[in-house]
Design a protein around this ligand. Structure first.
Ligand SMILES: *[C@@H]1O[C@H](CO)[C@@H](O)[C@H](O)[C@H]1NC(C)=O
Ligand SMILES: *[C@@H]1O[C@H](CO)[C@@H](O)[C@H](O)[C@H]1NC(C)=O
Ligand SMILES: *[C@@H]1O[C@H](CO)[C@@H](O)[C@H](O)[C@H]1NC(C)=O
Ligand SMILES: *[C@@H]1O[C@H](CO)[C@@H](O)[C@H](O)[C@H]1NC(C)=O
Ligand SMILES: *[C@@H]1O[C@H](CO)[C@@H](O)[C@H](O)[C@H]1NC(C)=O
Length: 615
């Protein structure tokens, strides 16, 4: 009797739960999976496996002969990478006198030695700063100063990029190492000839590290001026390594990584996630839409790490036979729009998508683990247990959080977009930007719900719907995303301001149908008695900024409207976009083939919007 009523009660409960809270089980399962990962970590920590490097060494001992990196026609096992990174460590120690605590900048394309150099430096206890390969020579010094690096390691194929500043670096007593057998100039040292003479045996001493200390510097585009070196702690690195496991990948998987390793997503989530599983990674120097499915078939790839742009490039590429003959079962990454996703599975077969959200600076992150199209994650009770966050109501003019008369912030309502903020805790550290106290402080919100509390402000707008799904809405503030990179509006406007004919340049991003992110646009006021010289502007951009930061559109203004605040003006300009029918101002478009800016006519506008003319 008792059992029957118990059963009936349970059934009723299940039915009730299905109706009112349909995602209860997936939420709970995900939470338990996270808990299990936490327990695995704890158990490993008790064995002394604490850091990213420890985790790699653990896998190299456990599965020495398992292939770790496949790159072009090379295959390196875990042991190969372990030994080669020992050789690098020994070379840097004996030839470069590097020691624990030294900061080393790394400027390399994706290749196995990127990982071997990095792990080698970790073995010496050095902190590594990853430089974006699109960097311009003039910005190098700024990067070194901001993170305190005294040594630069540069790939053989990137030497030409730093050539012009080599003498200056030498004068500054920066040590420069080139990954080559011979040195191209007397201002730098060759590295590979020395590495080959070194022993690959394990180093006898193992520097002690504090899990709460800094592991890496990763440059992110800042709100003011040049890029900032975000500190990435050991804890954040080890948490990131859970990525593929949480997405459902296993040690049997073959993971395809085409994203640049100098970004956190490829180096920590991607390669780190692969190490965590003890899986194999097919590394690609650069993403290529025409090679993509061919590579997947050739290497039996099962898991791909993506950003939204990558999926769109694949989708826009003409059909290849391999696109339905592959064994890829999982795409894990971020920035995929739901319109692309639906067409994506129709064309490329049944592939599971795991969409996530994460930042370089802190640990806050979400993962879309349900079968719903569109959201980046869940905001359920269980999620909040493992990662606290809030969405705050904001002022649409200033994008600042709205405060009550008593100075407190207000939570955004269900269905209303809000600024994502996360309280700083031991698990959610923010180590700040190196040498930039002011910028670090700017990312923090204080006295949010009570006096003295501190939150990290992500600057991202998210929406929480009534079913507890989270949707990404926009990135606010003074950066916008284009081609998978952040563009700092102030950096671009400072660069434009150096031209003799420009009085003022106001930079913002505009959306174009069919593209992820925003394309750069500049509202320009010319100096009196000066004309726009498009060729000169183009040449200046080529010298000073990576291509993704170039303004594609110009809007010529007689003066900046002083009745409105700077922020109000920007909001209006963004809304008006680059449609010649909306404004009387002359608009120009960057025609790269002509190396010049050309007048943006109504028909050119139509061609861009309809996708006939591709950017
Ligand atoms: C690997 O490929 C490169 C060119 O991509 C070639 O120069 C080299 O000889 C190849 N090595 C082997 C072992 O096949
Ligand atoms: C891919 O898988 C097939 C069938 O399972 C196997 O015959 C082939 O050797 C594999 N190729 C590689 C590169 O592992
Ligand atoms: C873009 O900026 C955000 C916020 O500063 C940062 O977390 C992220 O890593 C940056 N992304 C890239 C690709 O630099
Ligand atoms: C979330 O995951 C589900 C299933 O794995 C997928 O259908 C959906 O498209 C994903 N959401 C996004 C934004 O990719
Ligand atoms: C534009 O600038 C270039 C130099 O960069 C100069 O050669 C050219 O004459 C200028 N054009 C005009 C129309 O002033």
């Amino acid at each position: 009797m008792i059992t029957i009523s118990l059963l009936a009660g349970l059934l009723a409960l299940l039915l009730y739960q299905r109706m009112t809270y349909p995602f209860f089980w997936v939420d709970l399962m995900y939470y338990l999976k996270l808990r299990r990962y936490g327990r695995t970590l704890q158990a490993r920590m008790q064995q002394g496996i604490i850091t990213y490097l420890d985790c790699f060494i653990y896998q190299a001992r456990k599965n020495p002969n398992k292939p770790f990196i496949i790159f072009e026609n090379q295959t390196l096992t875990y042991q190969d990478v372990d030994r080669r990174s020992n050789q690098f460590a020994n070379a840097f120690r004996t030839e470069g006198s590097l020691k624990q605590g030294d900061i080393v900048a790394l400027l390399m394309f994706n290749e196995p030695d990127f990982i071997c150099v990095w792990l080698g430096l970790c073995k010496l206890g050095c902190e590594v700063a990853f430089l974006n390969v699109n960097i311009k020579a003039q910005s190098l010094l700024h990067c070194f100063h901001s993170c305190g690096a005294r040594t630069l390691v540069v790939g053989a194929d990137l030497v030409r990029l730093v050539e012009e500043v080599l003498p200056g670096l030498k004068k500054d007593s920066m040590a420069v190492w080139v990954l080559d057998h011979t040195s191209p100039s007397e201002d730098c040292n060759s590295l590979l000839d020395k590495v080959e003479l070194m022993s690959g045996e394990t180093l006898s001493d193992h520097p002690k590290v504090d899990i709460m200390s800094n592991f890496l510097f990763i440059f992110t585009s800042g709100t003011t001026g040049l890029s900032k070196a975000a500190r990435v702690g050991h804890l954040k690195a080890i948490l990131s390594m859970a990525f593929f496991q949480m997405c459902g990948a296993t040690s049997e998987d073959i993971i395809y990584i085409t994203l640049p390793l100098y970004h956190m997503s490829a180096s920590l989530l991607g390669v780190g996630g692969c190490i965590q599983l003890g899986a194999t990674c097919v590394l690609k120097k650069k993403f290529s839409a025409s090679q993509f499915w061919k590579d997947c078939v050739k290497h039996n790839v099962t898991v791909v790490q993506y950003i939204g742009e990558l999926c769109r490039y694949l989708f826009n590429h003409p059909t290849v036979p391999e696109e339905r003959a592959h064994s890829v079962r999982l795409f894990a990454g971020s920035g995929l729009r739901s319109d692309v996703w639906k067409q994506f599975v129709q064309r490329f077969g049944r592939i599971k998508i795991r969409e996530g959200y994460g930042l370089t600076e802190t640990s806050i992150g979400f993962l879309n683990y349900t079968e719903e199209v569109g959201p980046i994650g869940r905001a359920s009770y269980f999620n909040k247990l493992s990662m606290a966050f809030e969405l705050l109501r904001y002022d649409p003019q200033t994008y600042e959080p709205v405060r009550t008369p008593s100075g407190r912030c207000i939570r955004a309502q269900i269905g209303e977009a809000g600024i994502l903020v996360a309280p700083l805790t031991a698990m959610n550290q923010f180590l700040g930007y190196a040498g930039n106290q002011i910028q670090s402080e700017k990312k923090l919100l204080r006295d949010v719900f009570k006096a003295g509390d501190v939150y990290f402000n992500t600057g991202d707008l998210l929406l929480h719907d009534y079913r507890d799904f989270l949707y990404f809405r926009d990135r606010i503030g003074d950066t916008f995303r284009w081609k998978g990179e952040n563009v700092s509006t102030t950096e671009v406007s400072e660069v434009l301001g150096l031209l003799d004919f420009i009085q003022e340049a106001n930079i913002y991003g505009v959306t174009i149908p069919g593209y992820e992110g925003r394309a750069g646009m500049a509202a320009i006021v010319l100096k009196q008695d000066h004309n726009l010289n498009g060729t000169k502007l183009y040449n200046h951009l080529v010298k000073s900024l990576p291509a993704y930061a170039w303004p594609w559109f110009l809007r010529m203004q007689a003066s900046l409207d002083v009745t409105e605040t700077f922020k109000q003006q920007k909001v209006k300009l963004v809304q008006e976009g680059f449609d010649p029918d909306v404004t009387q101002d002359l608009l120009y478009f960057l025609d790269v083939s002509k190396k010049d800016y050309i007048l943006l006519t109504v028909s050119l506008y139509q061609d861009i919007v309809s996708g006939k003319f591709k950017l």
